[in-house]
Design a protein around this ligand. Structure first.
Ligand code: NAD
Ligand code: UDP
Length: 313
């Protein structure tokens, strides 16, 4: 029988790809979003689908609805956006997740929660396995997001222990692709837009910090496999290739044929020096393997921003 799935944050970057994948799998999808960082354009092509519905709602406020499963993605993800109103960010992770857990408990349905590699903070262990408890500054400018997400994980596992709720907690590592907002502020969208405009490429710090970049289709495939499994998590998902930010800038300059120069900017506080997922558990539990290389993913993403920029002029 067709299932009705609630996706909070469904008009955002990852949420919109997830809504599409859930529709393609034959589900009825309710996309809930307050459009803080999400956009109607991300879900425009889904709007005519007979099995797709949109609700404008803020998850900090309780919601009553009948569904068969919940994917909880609502939360600004870019440092620029989550630091814009840090108190609200904490409310979204704590009160918003509590509301969704309460709903899942009342309905007795599974809740999939989008956590983050940020729970590892500026990691002292490399690569990061799920068993690592992290190195997070509890009072810094990233703590509204990092600690909010850590509290949300705790809530998920307490609902599992106290109420036998079925949960899936995924720790997402830096993911990119079409539908990331042009003004998102994250590194891949910034660099591609700067390169296409011929503006300076802004490297924060010396550019030797590393990240591991996952193309969105790999991540969403991992979400669906994880939801089908009987493992609660936490589970790392991402791509375990690792690049310095300078290497990323050079790759984007090369792939766009840009004449942009590289410019240094101050490194924001608490910016993690290294990050790479240990995917051993994902491989064991759900047979996950990232398939799209950074170069291939960038080649798929650059035309998306070319189109946005041509529409903007
Ligand atoms: P995004 O900002 O594009 O999407 C977030 C969506 O949530 C937006 O549509 C936004 O409008 C919506 N939203 C925000 N606050 C809300 C609220 N109070 N009520 C209802 N909707 C609200 O970001 P994204 O990259 O798609 O991230 C999706 C989820 O994945 C987030 O929970 C984020 O923390 C997590 N995540 C993403 C990454 C990544 O690299 N993209 C990495 C780690 C974790
Ligand atoms: N970064 C950068 N220039 C930018 C945007 C980001 O050098 O214009 C750096 C940032 O300092 C960080 C890395 O790129 O070291 C990834 O940043 P992003 O905001 O994408 O994600 P996060 O820090 O949350 O991993």
């Amino acid at each position: 029988m067709q299932k009705t799935i609630l996706v909070t944050g469904g008009a955002g970057f990852i949420g919109s790809h997830l809504c599409r994948a859930l529709l393609d799998a034959g589900n009825y999808v309710i996309c809930l979003d307050n459009f803080f960082t999400g956009r109607r354009a991300n879900i425009r092509e889904l709007m005519d689908h007979p099995d797709f519905e949109i609700i404008r709602h803020d998850i900090v406020d309780p919601l009553k609805i009948e569904v068969d499963a919940i994917y909880n993605l609502a939360c600004p993800a870019s440092p620029e956006h989550y630091q814009y109103n840090p108190i609200k960010t904490m409310k979204i992770s704590v009160l918003g997740t509590l509301n969704m857990l309460g709903l899942a408990r009342r309905l007795r349905v599974p809740l999939f929660h989008a956590s983050t590699s940020e729970v590892y903070g500026d990691p002292l262990i490399h690569p990061q396995p799920e068993s690592y408890h992290g190195n997070v500054n509890t009072t810094g400018i990233r703590s509204c997001y990092d600690e909010g997400k850590r509290a949300a994980e705790a809530l998920c596992f307490d609902y599992k222990r106290m109420h036998s709720l079925e949960i899936r907690v995924v720790r997402i590592f830096n993911t990119y692709g079409p539908h990331m907002a042009m003004n998102d502020g994250r590194v891949i969208s910034n660099f591609i837009v700067q390169a296409l405009r011929g503006d300076p490429i802004t490297i924060y710090g010396d550019g030797n910090q590393t990240r591991s970049f996952c193309y969105v289709s790999d991540l969403v495939r991992g979400f669906l496999a994880f939801m089908k499994s009987d493992f609660s998590g936490p589970l790392n998902l991402g791509n375990d290739g690792e690049f310095t930010i300078r290497e990323l800038a050079e790759k984007i300059i090369q792939l766009t044929g840009s004449r942009s120069r590289i410019e240094s900017r101050p490194l924001p506080a608490d910016d993690p020096a290294r990050r790479r997922p240990d995917l051993t558990l994902a491989r064991q539990k759900i047979g996950y393997e990232p398939e799209v290389s950074l170069e291939e993913g960038l080649k798929r993403t650059i035309p998306y921003y070319q189109k946005l920029l041509s529409e903007a002029t």
